[in-house]
Ligand binder design. Structure first.
Ligand code: K7E
Ligand code: CUA
Ligand code: CA
Length: 590
């Protein structure tokens, strides 16, 4: 018997002993399997009983749904959507001047990469950033309210793609995947003259502080754990415009940009102005940008929790490239399987890499690979997923201390996993227990297409509000809170100001009488102080549709150009008399 096999037998026996012991434990206490200890088959329990709460929250990019799904883990229950780049009636998002200004003119987006804010390399639960690949935008979401509070258009780029923060959220970095001519007003120009760049955005002001031109398209990015480098894979170092051209070179590269050097160069005025921002030519500023060659057309690049290594995935090569961040040299190219795309990490020195073509996740030991150990030793385990995984997301996975318990495989194809729903299939998110040596698939969660990446944070790091403070709840739409009993209509400065309240089951004003042609400012406060009592207000004929959480005030403006009677009605089922909750807008013909 080979040494390896005898080792395996020893492990098997050890495993069996543990199994027998734990089985004994559960039969002794006679429970359902214990909540933390296991579900009776070894491993973690993923059941979250009715009434129980999830330990983690996952923020899923919703792809062309233009927003974010919030998912509880390990239950994999969808808890809400955060609308970002697209109007969403349920939340009244994009139905007032302020939120409409955020999403217009496109009113759609393609979100890929959520990036939670960090402090000292840990998710701090304050902010969430997400890109819009379609329209070159970046959004900021406040995690106290789960609302989109800012959207920035990144100048000079098409396809803002990879998105990442540094360990103290000094910047949000955004890659520009799709190259284009430097001057869009000129004719198409020679493809060789197209540009791509990496943008550094200030998380507070959401202004682009600087951009760095790169010698290839920037695709996926990550930041080193010491905040020194931002790294970007470039699959098109050829700067070609055809598929054949993009896969011509044997090696492409990872651009490594020194953040402090960029700041120095900006301070020293070594930039050119382009599209209103300061642009550094990566190749011309000394020590600003280095390219680490990796096998052709890499995709994901992920820095390991220790900060020592960055893993670039081969996509067209069956290998990952381990880049030593002290020397910026590739120190190992472990062979993993077909189509490696993205990596995540646990707390034990292992990486988990998706194999798009093999439909597997490979768990491998970084140290063993760097030490040049044989494949049987650095590959710890391989699990089948269903099917064709893109990203994967581990609990606290991009921090300096991943939790090493849960991993989700975000599979692009579901094929035979769910009931037929016509030719547009669901995608499949699979929950995997990574607490043991062997990965264990525990749950399939169908989801509408198509998420790309997700980040998973300990839920107790977030401190969301439940009931708005009256003043703060009026800020978003520049409204004025209306106190109970202060319902009124005022005419001044050529406008009609309607102030009213909403509570179960009535609006303060039963009737709102205006004259045809008058400009109306409607200001409504939900004066409830009980959590989860949400009211809506819709006057469809005037394009009005808002929702009001307890304590929230909204302001909408319209011109009463159509005479007649229009009911303002409540769109959230708030009480037994919800249907009766309405107020009459009477527009008297002039
Ligand atoms: Cu889908 Cu990160 Cu946009 Cu890879 S990207 S799969
Ligand atoms: Cu208020 Cu329904
Ligand atoms: Ca290439």
């Amino acid at each position: 018997m080979s040494k390896l096999r005898s080792k395996f037998v020893v492990r098997l026996l050890a495993g069996l002993t543990i199994l027998i012991l734990t089985a004994g434990l559960f039969s002794a206490c006679g429970g359902k399997g214990g909540s933390a200890a296991g579900n009776g088959k070894g491993g973690l329990d993923y059941t979250v009983e009715p009434g129980e709460k999830d330990e983690y929250l996952g923020f899923w990019s919703a792809g062309p749904f233009g927003g974010v799904w919030v998912v509880g883990l390990p239950s994999m229950r969808i808890l809400r959507e955060i609308p970002v780049f697209e109007q969403r009636a349920a939340y009244g998002y994009g139905f007032d001047a302020e939120t409409r200004a955020l999403i217009e003119p496109e009113n759609w987006g393609d979100t890929h990469h959520p990036a939670l804010s960090e402090t000292k390399g840990e998710y701090d639960g304050k902010l969430l950033f997400i890109n819009d690949k379609a329209n070159g935008k970046l959004a900021k979401i406040d995690l106290r309210t789960f609302k989109t509070v800012a959207i920035t258009r990144i100048p000079n780029v098409q396809g803002s793609h990879g998105t990442a923060v540094d360990p103290d959220t000094r910047y949000v970095f955004v890659a520009a995947e799709l190259e284009r001519p430097a001057n869009q007003s000129a004719d198409a120009g020679e493809p060789g003259s197209y540009i791509s760049m990496l943008s550094a955005v200030d998380p507070q002001t959401m202004l682009v502080k600087w951009q760095v031109l790169t010698p290839g398209n920037t695709d996926m990015i990550d930041v080193s754990k010491d905040g020194r480098y931002v790294l970007a894979t470039m699959y098109n170092t050829e700067m070609a415009v055809t598929l054949e051209g993009m896969i011509k070179a044997d090696r492409d590269g990872v651009a490594v940009i020194d953040i402090a050097k960029a700041e120095e160069a900006i301070a020293a005025g070594k930039y050119t102005e382009m599209g209103g921002t300061k642009v550094l030519k990566g190749a011309e500023v000394e020590n600003l940008l280095q390219v680490v060659p990796v096998p052709k057309n890499p995709h994901g690049v992920d820095v390991d929790p220790t900060g020592r290594y960055a893993i670039a995935n081969g996509k067209l090569s069956p290998t990952a490239s381990v880049i030593d961040l002290q020397t910026l040299k590739v120190v190992a190219e472990p062979e993993l399987g077909a189509g490696p795309l993205h990596s995540q990490f646990d707390d034990k020195g292992n990486a988990y890499t998706t194999m798009f073509l093999d439909s597997t996740i490979v768990k491998w030991n970084i140290k063993a690979a760097v030490e040049g150990k044989p494949k049987e030793e650095y590959i710890v385990d391989v699990i089948d997923v269903h099917y064709n995984p893109g990203h994967l997301a581990a609990a606290e996975g991009d921090t300096v201390s991943p939790d090493g318990n849960w991993l989700v495989s975000l599979n692009k194809l579901a094929k035979d996993r769910f009931t037929n729903i016509g030719p547009d299939f669901a995608e499949n998110e699979q929950l995997i227990d990574i607490s043991g040596k062997k990965m264990k698939l525990v749950y399939d969660m169908p989801i509408v297409p198509e998420p790309h990446y997700a980040q998973i944070i300990k839920a107790d790091k977030l401190k969301p509000i439940e009931v708005w403070d009256l003043q703060e709840g009026a800020l978003e739409t520049k409204a004025e809170p209306v106190a109970e009993g202060k319902d009124r209509i005022e005419r001044r400065d050529g406008k009609v100001y309607i102030y009213t309240t909403a509570r179960r089951s009535e609006y303060g004003l039963k009737e709102m009488r205006v004259k045809q042609g008058e400009r109306v400012v409607l200001n409504v406060t939900n004066i409830e102080t009980t959590k989860d009592i949400i009211h809506g207000l819709a006057i469809p004929e005037y394009g009005i549709n808002k929702s009001l959480a307890p304590g929230e005030t909204v302001r909408v403006e319209f011109t009463a150009d159509k005479p007649g009677v229009y009911w303002l009605y409540c769109t959230w089922f708030c009480s037994a008399l919800h249907l009766e909750m309405r107020s009459r807008l009477v527009v008297e013909s002039s």
